[in-house]
Design a protein around this ligand. Structure first.
Ligand code: AMP
Length: 114
């Protein structure tokens, strides 16, 4: 069972912002911005490069949910905004091998990332 499956199963506590049949969204334990949450499919797809065409609807659902939760968290404003990040593999900064979409906002974010 992955770390994030344990959060879905309530074996590990998390500050859950949203849950439906397909995904769960919860605050990152080590926030890198005033708003930083993860959107995670309940299906344990390891990373985006391992997703299959059968996962197409799930992948879209993650982005739609990211936007809706970002709006609920107050970062989808005219002068604000947010960033959506998916880390894939070691060089991409992936540390948890269960696909997750980072959503960061609440401060200006630099580009390009380090
Ligand atoms: P990544 O480096 O892209 O794989 O992102 C993994 C993220 O999961 C990191 O930002 C961690 O801070 C976060 N994380 C790890 N454990 C937990 C946890 N128990 N609850 C919430 N977020 C976590």
């Amino acid at each position: 069972m992955t770390l994030f499956e344990k959060i879905v199963a309530r074996e590990i506590p998390a500050d859950i912002l949203h849950e439906d049949d397909v995904c769960i969204a919860f605050r990152d334990i080590s926030p890198q911005a005033p708003v930083h949450f993860l959107v995670v499919p309940k299906k344990p797809i390891p990373r985006v490069a391992e997703a299959e065409f059968v996962d197409q609807a799930t992948l879209g659902h993650l982005l739609l949910t990211a936007g809706k939760v970002a709006t609920a968290e107050g970062v989808n404003t005219a002068d604000g905004g947010f960033r959506v990040v998916i880390n894939n593999g070691a060089d991409g900064g992936e540390t948890v091998p269960h696909l997750h979409v980072h959503v960061l906002g609440g401060r200006p974010l630099k580009w390009p990332p380090g």
